[in-house]
Each structure stands twice: as structure tokens, then as C-alpha cells.
Design a protein around this ligand. Structure first.
Ligand code: CO8
Length: 259
């Protein structure tokens, strides 16, 4: 499929690198880019692509939703724009496969929210993060109030959202917003190595683990533990569990079949 603002690279087996490529406006998310992201995420074949990496072209990951496009919206259009972006980010969060954000530069507003809809965030030291919406007279609209609070706790989320402050990659690491910070020229190698490491894991187990962690999010402790009990049990109905444990006992490497 041809995209105007997305580039993707499937050259490494099992891994797809998706680049948001609108560098003249720092990859700001307009409705065309959102529609392309939606089409891409909706059509991804998760049997051949087992890890998705999302990054940005140029000096930004994504510098937010497109302010020029948002400036003239009324109440109903604002609602629709926020709902549309949030729906796409939820699709990313719910993808069957792990999604890693390779945050190369500015991840502001909708860009920070996009990174937070990914499972794992690896940042270049050049990256910066923030939810500067209050400076524009709005609040985060692509689920940032929810996901930032979940990731870093309400106190820090409220400070970042009320002040609109931009923070460095190191500060993002300190507060638990990102998993790792690396030199700019090591970013893609680090993320690819992480993806390749995930590819050696039993695919069904990774899928169940992701579903279980995501579905646990808003449950009580009892519900969350019961859910894990069910997914854990389901693993024993998979060929990959038989293979993984047999391989261990036979002192050989497992060959997982994704079933
Ligand atoms: N939208 C539109 N255009 C943008 C955006 C953006 N978010 N960010 C940058 N650009 C454009 C600039 O206008 C500029 O265009 P031009 O060359 O035509 O003047 C070009 O990109 C380059 O930007 P700068 O010259 O500003 O580059 P700097 O390196 O000087 O600054 C910054 C980089 C600090 C990232 C700066 O561009 C900036 O502050 N950008 C805006 C960041 C921001 O406020 N993001 C949050 C937007 S709001 C949001 O994301 C809400 C999401 C939920 C919406 C739900 C709505 C209902």
C-alpha cells in the first residue's frame, strides 16, 4: 500500500519499522497522517510481522497533533478529532504484537501520547517529552491524561500536564516514562536488537502476556490474578509450551511454531 506520510521497512524477518515522515512540520499529526496510521495498523499482518517499531523522520518523533488543523475546530469537531486519534492509538495498544517506540526527537502532545500507546519506549538522548497542550488552551486529547497517569503516577502526570513542561530523555527515564536512553546513532540498533530478542521468545506466550498485562490494567487485584490464571492455563494448550519445555529438558534451543 502507498502512503504519503508513512514509510515502512519489512526487510528484517518478523520486524516492521514504521516511520512517520512529515519532517517539515515535525511529523505533526494531521487527519491524513492519522488516517494513514489507522489504515496501516488495521492492515498489519501479525503472523508475518511479530514486532512493530514506530519512529519519526528528522528531528522529531512527533511534535503533537497538527495545531494549524486544530486551530479552527469547534466543540463537535474537537470531540471527533480527539476520538479519532484516541481510537487509532487504542488500536496500536491492542495490536497482537509488541510495539516499540524508537523516540528519536520531540515527543510532545499527541507524540508523547503515541509513544505511550506503544508497549515499550526507547529514547535517543536527543528526545524530549511533554504534554504542552495547556499552553494552547486545551488538554491532552489522545488519551494522555489516562496513560501518563498510569505510567508515571498521578502526581507527576499532573505536574507535567498542568505546567506543560518539556522534559529530557534522562528525566523521562527517571520517572519511568521510557525504558532506556541511548546515543542517537545507537537508537535503531538498540531497538532492532530488542525486537530480535523478543522474536526468540515463544510467540503465543508473548501474545498472551501482552493481552494479560493490557487487560489487567483496570481490574481489581483478584480479577487481575484470576485473568492471569486463565492465560497461564491457556499456555499449556499450545504447541509452543510443549516445545519450550521439551527443549529445555533436552538441552537444546526451542523451535517455536507460533501455535
Ligand atoms: N502542529 C503543526 N505544526 C507544527 C507542530 C504542530 N504540533 N509542531 C511544529 N510544527 C511546525 C512549525 O510550525 C514549523 O513550521 P514552519 O516551518 O512552517 O514555521 C515547523 O514545524 C518546524 O517547527 P519549529 O520551527 O517550531 O521548530 P523548533 O525546533 O524551533 O521547535 C518545537 C520545535 C519546540 C517542537 C516547536 O515546534 C513546538 O513547540 N511545536 C508544538 C509542540 C506542541 O505544542 N505540541 C502539542 C500540540 S497539541 C496536541 O498534540 C494535542 C493532542 C490531542 C489533540 C486532540 C484534539 C481534540
Amino acid at each position: 500500500m502507498e502512503y504519503q506520510f508513512l514509510k515502512y521497512d519489512n526487510s528484517r524477518e518478523g520486524i516492521c519499522v514504521l516511520t512517520i515522515a512529515s519532517p517539515a512540520t515535525l511529523n505533526a499529526l494531521n487527519t491524513t497522517i492519522l488516517a494513514e496510521l489507522d489504515a496501516f495498523v488495521s492492515s498489519i499482518d501479525t503472523s508475518s510481522t511479530r514486532v512493530l517499531i514506530i519512529t519519526g523522520e528528522g528531528k522529531a518523533f512527533v511534535a503533537g497533533a497538527d495545531i494549524a488543523q486544530m486551530s479552527g475546530l469547534n466543540h463537535d469537531e474537537g470531540y471527533e478529532f480527539g476520538r479519532y486519534g484516541a481510537t487509532i492509538f487504542k488500536k496500536i495498544e491492542d495490536l497482537e504484537i509488541p510495539v516499540i517506540a524508537a523516540v528519536n526527537g520531540f515527543a510532545l502532545g499527541g507524540g508523547c501520547e503515541l509513544a505511550m500507546s506503544c508497549d515499550i519506549r526507547v529514547a535517543s538522548v536527543k528526545a524530549s517529552f511533554g504534554q504542552p497542550e495547556v499552553n494552547l488552551g486545551i488538554i491532552p486529547g489522545f488519551s494522555g491524561t489516562y496513560r501518563l497517569s498510569k505510567l508515571v503516577g498521578q502526581g507527576i502526570a499532573k505536574e507535567l500536564i498542568y505546567t506543560g513542561d518539556r522534559i529530557s530523555a534522562d528525566e523521562a527515564l527517571r520517572i519511568g516514562l521510557v525504558n532506556k536512553v541511548v546515543a542517537p546513532d545507537e537508537l535503531m540498533d538498540t531497538v532492532i536488537a530488542m525486537a530480535e530478542r523478543i522474536l526468540t521468545s515463544a510467540p503465543v506466550a508473548v501474545r498472551y502476556a501482552k493481552r494479560c498485562i493490557n487487560e489487567n490494567y483496570d481490574l481489581t487485584a483478584d480479577e487481575a490474578i484470576a485473568l492471569e490464571n486463565r492465560y497461564f492455563a491457556q499456555c499449556f494448550a499450545t504447541a509452543d509450551q510443549k516445545e519450550g519445555m521439551s527443549a529445555f529438558l533436552e538441552k537444546r534451543k526451542p523451535t517455536f511454531e507460533n501455535k
